[in-house]
Design a protein around this ligand. Structure first.
Ligand code: KG4
Ligand code: ZN
Length: 350
């Protein structure tokens, strides 16, 4: 393991969160800052890539400056710069990666082009988060607005995608169902609140792929069923019942897929859930049941580290720098960058 010579600056700009963080070489968080662009995109009902890129361009350099100041670290004293370089919206990736490379070049620092999915995958290993970091391998369920995957995390740079969505990501499904119910975007949290007042059994909804082999997901049929149920509503109260049935359906499917994913791995030490949908109580309870039945801990990082953030990017940078895996500054950001294409220390040595 190589020594990281100073604190690491992490930059995140792959979607609609602008974030910067400084972590000490041992992973202690020295400073973190995050700006969400929700308000800028809300009137469009979704993330507009050009709006996102321009906003990152305005805010990211200021956030980077602010966290360095808060951490009391001069750029020249950094041990490295880590910037999300994919997958994501290319405009934002270019902004973050270019800023990161600029700082690294100006001060002769190593640069790490971080894969955003790897950053989510390594978050539970962040020191101080849990009494003990989960040992490899563990199962990661990445459940966000853009991603919906079951991943076997076998080591740094070693990931096996066991299953993914055939259509919408689960957060996207929540947002679309919420929109059909007349709720504001992003609808996941609103739908959860509405569901609390409903009866999940009054208007049953399908549970796509439940019991099917493997651990893929599909949500488009469920969305269509919600649309159909909404047209047949005779009273406002029925909306809560649809929300409750939707959440129950997603939770049941999630538990089933997680069970299958665990069966596709050997020696999993934990079930880790991350992404914005990890905030959902119904989904968490369902996954807790699966973990308990398998005799494994369910690890859900605090929500601010589950959703997009720069702490996880800096941490992934530290893990990679420790393994001697810095990247050249001509590394090109990649809008598509599957986890399977990453290399770990072993592959590097081979
Ligand atoms: O990880 P995340 O913040 O970022 C992106 O995917 O960009 O995930 C956002 C997604 C949205 O689709 C949002 O509706 C969903 O997570 N979400 C929830 C809840 N909180 C956020 N879905 C269901 N229940 C929640 N409580
Ligand atoms: Zn993310």
């Amino acid at each position: 393991m190589e020594r990281v010579s100073g604190p690491v600056l992490g930059l995140e700009s792959s979607c609609d969160e602008t974030a910067a963080a400084v972590l000490a070489p041992d992973g202690t968080i020295l400073a973190e800052a995050l700006l969400t662009q929700l308000a800028e995109h809300a009137r469009f009902g979704g993330v507009v890539p050009e709006v996102a890129a321009r906003s990152h361009l305005v805010h990211l350099p200021l956030l980077a400056e602010r966290v360095l100041e808060q951490a009391g670290v001069a750029p020249a004293a950094l041990g490295g710069v880590a910037a999300t370089s994919g997958p994501g919206l290319i405009g934002g990736l270019v902004v973050g990666a270019s800023l990161g490379k600029g700082i690294a070049l100006a001060h002769g620092l190593p640069f790490v082009a971080v894969n955003h999915l790897e950053a989510h995958a390594l978050t539970p290993r962040l020191p101080g988060l849990l009494p003990e970091a989960p040992a490899f391998p563990y199962l990661l369920l990445l459940l966000s607005g853009g991603h919906c995957q079951c991943v076997a995390v076998e080591g740094l740079g070693r990931y096996r995608r066991l299953g993914t969505t055939l259509d919408d990501a689960v957060g996207e499904a929540f947002d679309k169902a919420a929109k059909l119910l007349g709720l504001p975007w992003p609808g996941g949290p609103h739908l959860e609140r509405l569901a609390a007042a409903g009866d999940p059994r009054r208007i049953p909804l399908p549970r796509p792929l439940l019991g099917r082999e493997g651990c893929d997901f599909s949500f488009s049929g469920l969305k269509t069923a919600v649309a159909h149920a909404v047209t047949k509503l005779t009273d406002e109260a029925g909306k809560a019942d649809i929300a409750a049935a939707f959440q129950a359906s997603v939770s049941a499917v999630m538990a089933d897929r997680a069970r299958h994913a665990l069966a596709m791995m050997t020696g999993a030490t934990a079930l880790v859930v991350s992404g914005g949908v990890a905030a959902n109580g119904g989904v968490r309870t369902a996954l807790a049941g699966v973990a308990e039945a398998a005799g494994l801990p369910l690890i859900a990082p605090p929500i601010r580290l589950c959703t997009d953030n720069a702490v996880m990017v800096a941490w992934a940078g530290i893990e990679r720098l420790r393994a001697g895996l810095a990247d050249p500054v001509d590394h090109a950001p990649r809008p598509r960058w599957p986890l399977a294409e990453l290399a770990g220390p072993d592959a590097e040595a081979a």
